[in-house]
Design a protein around this ligand. Structure first.
Ligand code: GRG
Length: 303
C-alpha cells in the first residue's frame, strides 16, 4: 500500500518511493508469471523485475490518489506504464539502436537472451501492457479504462516514444536546434511520464480541467528530466568516466548545455519544475505532497 502524507512539510519521500516500488514490484511479479514458453517469459521478467526507480508507476498512483481515487484501481495502469517503459529500454539497448551492454546495473536483455528474444520480449511486453489495463482494472467505469488505453497508445507510438526515438536517430551526429531537441524530449521522455500522470488521474475520476492541469505538470517534469539528464551527463561523465568519454558524449549529440550553456540549462530546469509545481496550486497541499516531491526529485536529482 502506498503511504499517504498527513501533513505537508513532513512528507517522507524516501519511504513513499520505497513502499510504492515494493507494491509495484509485487504487482508486476504477479502479472508476469514464469510460464511456457519459458525463455520468453524469463526474458520479460529479467528486465521487468530488474529494479529501476519506478517513477512512472509512482506518478500514476500519486495522481490517482490526489484526485480522490482508489490506488488499487490504478495499479494495473501503473504496471502498464512500467511495462511500456521497460520494453522501450530493451529495444533502445539493441545493437540496431543504442547498442548498450548494461542497463539497471546488469547485462542488457539481448546480451543474456540474444537479439531475437529481446525483440520478442519487448513486443510481448508492449502488447501485454494494453491487455493488462483492459483485463485487470477492477471497479473503474469502462469509459475511463478506454481513455487510459487511448492515452497509453498515443504516448507509445508515432506521436510518442517511437516518434521521439525516430527523430533522435535522425538527429545523430547533427547539430539540431532547440525545437528539434524539444520534440525529441517531449516524445521520448515526457510523453510516457504524461501518460502515467494523466491516466492515474483519469482512473481516479478527475475532472477534465484537473486532467489538463496534470498534463501540464507532467510535460514540465518530463522536459526537466531530460534537461537535468543532459546536465548530469556533462558534470558526471567528467567525474566518473574521465574527460575522453565526456567529450565523446558532447560531439555525438545535441544537448541543452551545448545549446544554452550549463548555467542557463540549470535555470531552465528550475523554471520547468516550478511551472510543474504551480499546476498543483488548486489541490489540497497534503494530497499534492507526493507529486510536489516527485517533481523536486526529478529536478534536483544527482544521478
Ligand atoms: C514501441 C514503446 C515503443 C518504443 C520503442 C526504443 C524506443 C522505441 C524508444 C526509446 C525510448 C527511450 C529509451 C527513452 C528514454 C527514457 C528515459 C528517460 C529512460 C530513463 O528512465 P528512468 O531514469 O530509468 O526512469 P529507470 O531504470 O529508473 O526506470
Amino acid at each position: 500500500e502506498a503511504v499517504s502524507s498527513s501533513e505537508p512539510g513532513t512528507f517522507d519521500f524516501k519511504s513513499y518511493m520505497e513502499s510504492t516500488a515494493a507494491s509495484v514490484n509485487a504487482a508486476l511479479d504477479a502479472a508476469c508469471p514464469s510460464k511456457y514458453p519459458e525463455t520468453l517469459n524469463e526474458a520479460m521478467r529479467y528486465s521487468l523485475l530488474a529494479g529501476g526507480k519506478r517513477v512512472r508507476p509512482a506518478l500514476c498512483l500519486a495522481a490517482c490518489e490526489m484526485v480522490g481515487g482508489d490506488v488499487a484501481a490504478a495499479m494495473p495502469t501503473a504496471c502498464a506504464m512500467e511495462m511500456v517503459h521497460t520494453m522501450s529500454l530493451i529495444h533502445d539497448d539493441l545493437p540496431a539502436m543504442d547498442n548498450d551492454d548494461f542497463r539497471r546495473g546488469r547485462p542488457t536483455n539481448h546480451k543474456v537472451y540474444g537479439e531475437n528474444m529481446a525483440i520478442l520480449a519487448g513486443d510481448a511486453m508492449l502488447t501485454f501492457a494494453f491487455e493488462h489495463v483492459a483485463r485487470a482494472t477492477k471497479g473503474v467505469p469502462a469509459d475511463r479504462v478506454l481513455r487510459v488505453i487511448a492515452e497509453l497508445g498515443r504516448a507509445s507510438g508515432a506521436d510518442g516514444l517511437v516518434g521521439g526515438q525516430v527523430v533522435d536517430i535522425q538527429s545523430e551526429g547533427k547539430e539540431v536546434g532547440l525545437d528539434v531537441l524539444r520534440y525529441i524530449h517531449e516524445h521520448k521522455t515526457a510523453a510516457l511520464l504524461e501518460a502515467a500522470v494523466v491516466c492515474g488521474a483519469i482512473v481516479g475520476g478527475a475532472s477534465d480541467e484537473d486532467v489538463e492541469k496534470l498534463r501540464r505538470y507532467a510535460l514540465n517534469i518530463g522536459l526537466a528530466f531530460q534537461v537535468v539528464d543532459d546536465i548530469l551527463d556533462i558534470t558526471q561523465s567528467t567525474e566518473v568516466l574521465g574527460k575522453t568519454a565526456a567529450k565523446d558524449l558532447a560531439v555525438n549529440k545535441t544537448t541543452y548545455p551545448k545549446l544554452l550553456g550549463l548555467e542557463k540549462s540549470r535555470e531552465v530546469a528550475e523554471q520547468l519544475i516550478s511551472e510543474a509545481i504551480a499546476q498543483l496550486d488548486g489541490f489540497e497541499p497534503a494530497k499534492a505532497a507526493p507529486l510536489v516531491a516527485l517533481a523536486k526529485f526529478i529536478g534536483y536529482r544527482q544521478n
